[in-house]
Design a protein around this ligand. Structure first.
Ligand code: KG4
Ligand code: ZN
Length: 337
């Protein structure tokens, strides 16, 4: 079965083709980062308009690359939520129209389900059950994953998401948008141990996170020291060190609590190389296997949506026959699937 995946939840238009027998056949992506960067963040109205402009040319490009025609598609999977309502609506309306015209079923996919299944695009892939650390711009969650659609929330941030804290702190440091990767780059020039920032909720005896206080503590440091570029690099180092320490400690606690031996790290912050190194260092030696998506699949993309759709199609789960109307879910709890 061949599934066309369409992702438009925020500032990336991603499309992909996933075959249940042959895996990922191809994917294309347009990032709106350049367009939004002049405003220092995503402008929702501009995001929606750009998705409308991009989605069809991207799909044509994908068909051209893979030599597959629209007539061969068995189902369409699109991101129904969570995300920006207007951006989601562009993908939902486009997908519904295409599915209606082709008389094929449509699959409503949860964006975070796409992220947490994205390591299944790699080889070797994790087997169920596993722990997933979801660290994106909008979410920071630890989930127990027992199978497709079987997700148990173990802990989550009580305020800012890790990616959001990276982006806000990067902004305070005068870096571009989205700031996570720029802050990580700057941190590579920082000195270890010059500044020490708090590790919020490190010993809270639960699996929850908090990052807004860390951001405020960093803002204070920047205010006191923003004189030299070395100061900024040292602050970036201290910030990244604090966030990654907390993520590693809580992931370890989730593994200990459940007794599971596999950790999947997904979402944009999963691209952070210090986080990857620390997890390998702390968990690799004690028999835990860690799975990261390929870098191109850490941030938003169509491949993870096509994959999630294909896996659901195999289970005949989440299939939605067209009823002539559609809806998006700007807020949507993964456990409610
Ligand atoms: O998963 P994603 O593309 O979007 C959401 O679903 O939210 O994640 C984007 C987030 C942004 O906050 C971005 O700054 C962060 O991932 N990010 C990083 C890195 N690359 C992307 N954060 C830290 N280090 C990185 N290398
Ligand atoms: Zn995402």
């Amino acid at each position: 079965m061949l599934v066309l995946g369409i992702e438009t939840s925020c500032d990336e238009t991603g499309v992909a083709l996933y075959d249940t027998d042959h895996g990922l056949l191809g994917h294309t992506l347009h990032s709106q980062v350049d367009m939004h960067s002049e405003y220092g963040g995503v402008v929702p109205e501009l995001a929606s308009r750009d998705h409308i402009r991009r989605v069809l040319p991207l799909i044509r490009q994908l068909f051209g690359q893979t030599d597959i025609s629209l007539e061969s598609i068995d189902a369409i999977a699109y991101t129904q939520g969570p995300g920006l309502a207007g951006a989601l609506l562009t993908g939902a309306s486009f997908s519904s129209a295409l599915a209606f015209a082709r008389h094929i079923p449509i699959l409503n996919i949860h964006h975070l389900e796409g992220h947490l299944l994205s390591p299944l695009l790699s080889d070797p892939a994790p087997c169920f059950p596993f722990i997933a650390l979801l660290v994106s711009g909008g979410h920071t969650q630890l989930m127990r994953v027992d199978g497709i659609g079987q997700y148990q929330l173990l802990g989550e941030t009580v305020d800012d998401a890790a990616g959001e804290a990276f982006d806000k702190t990067a902004k305070l440091l005068g870096l571009g948008y989205p700031g996570g990767k720029f802050l990580a780059e700057l941190a590579t020039q920082g000195q270890m141990g010059r500044f020490k920032l708090p590790r919020p909720m490190l010993n809270s005896n639960d699996l929850n996170f908090s990052f807004s206080g860390l951001k405020t503590a960093t803002a204070l440091l920047i205010h006191q020291h923003k004189t030299s570029s070395q100061d900024r690099a040292d602050i970036a180092y201290a910030f990244e060190d604090a966030v990654t320490d907390v993520l590693v400690k809580k992931s370890t606690a989730a593994l200990n609590l459940t007794g599971l031996k596999q950790l999947v790290v997904a979402g944009g912050v999963g691209a952070n190389s210090r986080l990857r190194k620390k997890l390998q260092h702390h968990l690799g030696g004690i028999g835990i296997s860690i799975f990261f998506p390929e870098l191109e699949f850490c941030t938003d993309n169509g491949a993870m949506i096509a994959l999630a759709g294909a896996l659901r199609l195999q289970q005949c789960n989440g299939l939605h026959e067209l009823s002539g109307s559609f809806t998006v879910k700007a807020r949507w709890n993964l456990e409610d699937l």
